[in-house]
Design a protein around this ligand. Sequence first.
Ligand SMILES: NC(=O)c1ccc[n+]([C@@H]2O[C@H](COP(=O)([O-])OP(=O)(O)OC[C@H]3O[C@@H](n4cnc5c(N)ncnc54)[C@H](O)[C@@H]3O)[C@@H](O)[C@H]2O)c1
Length: 322
Amino acid sequence: MAPTIDEAERSFSGKRVLITGAAGFLGSHLCLRLSKAGASVTGADNLSVARPDWASLASQNGFETVPLDIRHGEEVRRGMAERSPEVVFHLAAVANPRACKQDFPLAFDVNVVGLENILRHAPATSRVVFMSSAAVYGAPERLPIDEGHPRKGSDPYSVTKIIGEDLAGSYKRNYGRSVAIVRNFNTFGVGQAGDYIVPQLIRQALTEGRMELWDPSTVRDLMYIDDTIDALVQVAASEDAGPINLGTGRGTTVGDLAAMIGRKVGGSLPIVDLKKKVVGSPALVSDNGRLQRLGWSERVGFEQGVDRTITWSRAQLAGAKA
Ligand SMILES: NC(=O)c1ccc[n+]([C@@H]2O[C@H](COP(=O)([O-])OP(=O)(O)OC[C@H]3O[C@@H](n4cnc5c(N)ncnc54)[C@H](O)[C@@H]3O)[C@@H](O)[C@H]2O)c1
């Protein structure tokens, strides 16, 4: 039987874990969770898109941070040799599809060359979890999207993730490495910045009293950050090589999301339909049967996740004003 999330978490006690992209949204939460579970955590990042509170998070929670640019093989080799991690979570990336489109060479260097450096220099016996994306599927032929769906993504971000998956698969097949490929759908929550849909709508609702949508009918599979971290821990604790969809299996239209945020923030706020074509797929919903078979189920969930994110965003905005 698959281990529960508590059992999976306990299996990390005393383990040496290296997390790349540690100062980012997902990485910072993973560092916190695993250091609380008793792992010996090293958070590696070049701080190109770091959380502003990263340094204080690390010092308050007592895990090691190391400056590391994954594009530089020698830096990666040294970092791995000095720490000899048993588990590597590879989350570092140019993670914003728009940023990838603006600078494809950078995206390639970080998302492809950087990943190859990680695979090459991680200890041969380590378990490596590579964070790919549902973007690899491109425009879906069917919903929900199972892992057997063709990979048709062709924008620069998707292409770097598709090549990354093939690299990881090749290291597994040719060198017997324990690599897991995870395809994340949409994670949201406390600590997420930038122009992603949930923080953007909450910010607009709180500061402008209205929300602007490119296309309210766009469907996304939205998972709260704590549930995503549960999934990563369960994947790492398993021997599954994936690819594994990391999604809730539930589609929410952006229009419904905005209406919900409006109700929670202050009655029903006006929603402006900009009637623009969205970047990326019009609809993404996961078939998450494989993830569930690893013992995963949602613990926080969508509604409570949105509540927590609104509370955090209010505090952030109040702090910025003070
Ligand atoms: N957030 C989501 O919903 C989502 C969805 C699908 C896939 N993903 C994937 O999950 C991973 C984490 O995403 P996130 O939302 O936390 O992104 P993020 O941008 O918050 O974090 C990425 C981190 O990588 C670091 N980084 C960038 N270039 C680096 C380099 N050359 N060397 C070392 N570190 C570098 C950045 O400084 C940043 O801290 C990424 O691989 C992303 O593609 C995320």
